[in-house]
Structure formats: structure tokens, C-alpha cells
Design a protein around this ligand. Structure first.
Ligand SMILES: CC(C)(COP(=O)(O)OP(=O)(O)OC[C@H]1O[C@@H](n2cnc3c(N)ncnc32)[C@H](O)[C@@H]1OP(=O)(O)O)[C@@H](O)C(=O)NCCC(=O)NCCS
Length: 297
């Protein structure tokens, strides 16, 4: 099949949204999961957000002037996040994703490392990532959800505050050397469209949690904290703040105490995710949890 690759434009948002919806719902349905994108409208909202929230490389593949695939690379300082990638189900298995993702990865240049989270139930993405693109599975994360808030009676945590937009630089300064990511624009985005909570002890930051409300759930993450205690306090605070909402988050499976604490609060497992990395990677000494946007799927 002949196809061409080009940069995504504003006019592609609607079609890219359709492809994200169709691609992800088809694969989820195949393995008996509900889709993370449950309508074309939700796909279009994601495409809109991907388009407007940079810095980001966004590519589309076209067959006879019709967009049939998309991928995205979020450059974040030393590291980049790959995804989401989706191909129109009628055009899959024609090496379009391989070409599209290889092309976007060239834009990563000399970056130390590229990472992506993939659902463990999705074998296609392992073949594509592992065999074709040199992405290595390095760690498991737990994709967790909580429907309708916690049943526990919780109080707002005394050490946790909402960050004002003018104080975001302080959070950036805390985050940059620890995560090795440049998330300045992400933090601005989260503070604008959601909330950023920060945990302080004797006025020193010891962790933060970004929360992003969406049409079906509040995304909890990214989070970075000194330890599991601070991370748990941030989660509890967010649950009290957003009350009876639905929540989603991704925690590293190795952070067992945090995962158990979230289970006690009512979180359930959607699926195991695999973190795949090309280039340098070491387990962080900090607690890190991840959102879905703009981390790559
Ligand atoms: C995953 C996806 C992007 C692959 O797109 P595609 O254009 O069909 O993939 P390609 O034809 O370029 O194939 C790339 C490689 O993956 C392999 N592959 C593709 N589909 C596969 C499947 N269902 N099972 C196993 N391997 C598969 C191909 O054999 C190929 O390997 P090769 O390079 O060694 O020949 C597509 O199936 C899709 O859109 N899925 C829904 C969204 C999704 O899951 N995205 C991934 C997470 S961001």
C-alpha cells in the first residue's frame, strides 16, 4: 500500500480523533477490555489537546489524500514520550505504523532516552516496539481506576496545598533534576486545566501531584515524591478535593506500599502496563506515577 507521511495540521484534528477512537477501541474490544477512548468525540478531544499542547512532534500517514494513521513524540528535556500511535483498522498490517514511528523517532535526535507505556494485553505494540524499534520492556506499572470516589472518610492533608500558577516555577525546580524531564509546559497545562498539589515539610517541597479532569475521569499524575508516605498524602488530598469523581492513575508496580494504600482507598486494576524504553533508563529513587496525557499511551 502506498502511503506518505507528513506533519499533522489543525485540519487533521477531527480525522485523527476518529482514528484514535477506532484504533484503540478495536484493540481493547479484541481482548475484552473497555476502551480508554470511548467515543469519537473523546478521540477528537485528545487529538485537540495533543495538537495544542507542545512541544510535540505530531505526524500523520496518508493514503490517497486520506489520513489513516497518527503518532506523536513529546520532547521533554533529556527524554521523550512516544505515543499515542494508531492506524485506521482497515489499513493495519501494512507497515504504516513501523514507518510512522521510525520517522517520528528520528526527531528525537540525540535525546538520551525515549519511553512509552503500552498495555500488556496488546501484542501488536510489543512486536512493533521490541522487534522493530529497539524499545526494551523495563518495568511494569499498574493502570488503576476508582469509580465514584473513595468510601473512606478522609480529610484534606495538612502538608498539602494547591499550587498557584505564579508558584509553578518552584515545582518545576523541584521536578527537573529528579525526573530529568523538562515538564514546565506540562505543569502550566495542568495548572490551567486542572490542579497541581504540592506536599511541603518545613516549607521544603517533598512531592507534587498533577490532576487533570477529563470527560470521564480525573487523571491523577504525573506525581513525583520523596517517598510513599508523601505520595499517599497527595493522593488522599486529591480524592477529598475531587470527591465523588472517577479517577485514573498509573503507579509503578514496584512501589508496593503505595499500590496497597491505593487499593485500600478503593482503586482497582484496569490492566498492567509495560514501560518500554529506548536508550538510557534506570529505576528512579523517587516515587513516580504517570498520567495518560501527555505521557504517551
Ligand atoms: C499497534 C498498531 C499501531 C500497529 O499498526 P500497523 O500499521 O498495523 O503495524 P505495522 O504493519 O507497521 O507492523 C509493525 C510490526 O508490528 C507487528 N504487528 C502488527 N500488528 C500485530 C499484531 N496484531 N500482532 C502481532 N504483531 C503485530 C507487525 O508484524 C510488524 O512487525 P515487523 O516490523 O517485524 O514486520 C495498530 O495495530 C493500532 O493502531 N492499534 C490500536 C492502537 C494501539 O494499540 N496503539 C499502540 C499503543 S500507543
Amino acid at each position: 500500500m502506498n502511503f506518505s507521511i507528513r506533519t499533522m495540521t489543525r485540519d487533521d484534528i477531527s480525522r485523527v480523533g476518529e482514528i484514535l477512537y477506532e484504533g484503540f477501541s478495536a484493540v481493547a474490544a479484541k481482548y475484552g477490555y473497555t476502551s480508554n477512548i470511548d467515543s469519537v468525540q473523546e478521540g477528537r478531544l485528545l487529538a485537540w489537546a495533543l495538537f495544542h499542547h507542545g512541544p510535540c512532534e505530531r505526524l500523520v500517514a496518508e493514503v490517497e489524500n486520506r489520513v489513516v494513521g497518527t503518532t506523536c513524540l513529546s520532547l521533554r528535556g533529556d527524554f521523550a514520550g512516544l505515543g499515542p500511535t494508531a492506524i485506521d483498522p482497515s489499513c493495519q498490517d501494512k507497515a504504516i505504523a513501523r514507518e510512522l514511528v521510525s520517522t517520528v523517532l528520528k526527531k528525537a535526535g540525540n535525546l538520551q532516552s525515549v519511553r512509552t507505556f503500552v498495555e500488556a494485553f496488546n501484542p501488536a505494540i510489543f512486536s512493533l516496539g521490541y522487534f522493530t524499534l529497539d524499545l526494551i520492556p523495563v518495568a511494569e506499572s499498574l493502570d488503576l481506576f476508582l469509580a465514584g470516589g473513595t468510601e473512606q472518610s478522609l480529610n484534606l492533608c495538612s502538608g498539602v496545598d494547591q499550587v498557584r500558577r505564579e508558584d509553578l516555577e518552584e515545582v518545576y525546580t523541584y521536578d527537573r533534576p529528579r525526573s530529568k524531564l523538562n515538564r514546565r509546559t506540562d505543569l502550566e497545562y495542568f495548572a490551567r486545566w486542572g490542579k497541581v498539589f504540592v506536599y511541603r515539610s518545613q516549607s521544603q517541597i517533598r512531592g507534587f501531584l498533577a490532576c487533570l479532569p477529563g470527560s470521564r475521569w480525573v487523571q491523577l499524575g504525573p506525581l513525583l515524591a520523596e517517598g510513599e508516605e508523601e505520595a499517599e498524602a497527595l493522593f488522599r488530598h486529591a480524592l477529598v478535593f475531587f470527591k465523588k469523581e472517577n479517577f485514573r492513575t498509573r503507579v509503578m508496580a514496584r512501589d508496593i506500599s503505595l499500590a496497597k494504600a491505593l487499593k485500600k482507598l478503593g482503586f482497582r486494576l484496569y490492566c498492567v502496563n509495560i514501560l518500554m524504553v529506548r536508550g538510557a533508563w534506570r529505576p528512579s529513587q523517587y516515587i513516580e506515577t504517570f498520567g495518560y496525557f501527555p505521557e504517551g499511551v
